[in-house]
Design a protein around this ligand. Structure first.
Ligand code: SF4
Ligand code: SF4
Length: 166
């Protein structure tokens, strides 16, 4: 039986359990790794250009390129069901986090993340002396990642909070 290059690579490298997979991927890293055959169709389908591929050809989201609009094009191109838009299924269980490098914490008037957040999930509370505490309203955050690339100091990340089935 012929062994594909992707198969050889898969044997040499393990999938990163912390990689952010495209929306509607299984929250279980092993289940996704088993279902995805690294065909690569989802990447070119993404109009935002935010799907990259790891060393074994499996897709992962690169929020440095922009945010997800949840258009579903990636899942619609997936032939194996590794990305599967079932009725009512949440695309993923991601939430934004703003770290200590945030300029507003240090008194610089920056609201770039807030200005790019469509669901208005980012708020700022006054700390005095011109400093502001950024907070994420998790109930409103979709984990789209639109706030990540626009932060001038790279203070925003998107983290897994719960499985998409939650
Ligand atoms: S849902 Fe649309 S924007 Fe989001 S990763 Fe898939 S193709 Fe790209
Ligand atoms: S990830 Fe999206 S919804 Fe959440 S705070 Fe950032 S821009 Fe707003």
């Amino acid at each position: 039986m012929a062994v594909s290059r992707a198969g050889l690579l898969r044997g040499r490298f393990r999938a990163d359990p912390n990689a952010i997979r495209p929306p509607w991927a299984s929250a279980d890293a092993q289940a996704f790794a088993s279902a995805c055959d690294a065909c690569g169709r989802c990447g070119p389908a993404c109009p935002e250009g935010i799907i990259a591929f790891d060393r074994i050809g499996r897709p992962q989201i690169d929020f440095s390129k922009g945010g997800c609009t949840f258009c579903g094009a990636c899942a619609d191109r997936c032939p194996t069901g590794a990305l599967s838009r079932l009725d009512g299924a949440r695309p993923w269980g991601l939430v934004a986090e703003i770290g200590a490098a945030c300029l507003s914490l240090a008194g610089t008037d920056c609201r770039m993340c807030h200005d790019h957040c469509d669901p208005a999930a980012i708020h700022f509370r006054p700390l005095g002396r011109g400093r502001w505490l950024p907070t994420i309203e998790e109930a409103d955050c979709t984990g789209c990642g639109a706030c990540v690339a626009v932060c001038p100091v790279g203070a925003v990340s998107v983290e897994a909070r719960w499985g998409k089935e939650a």
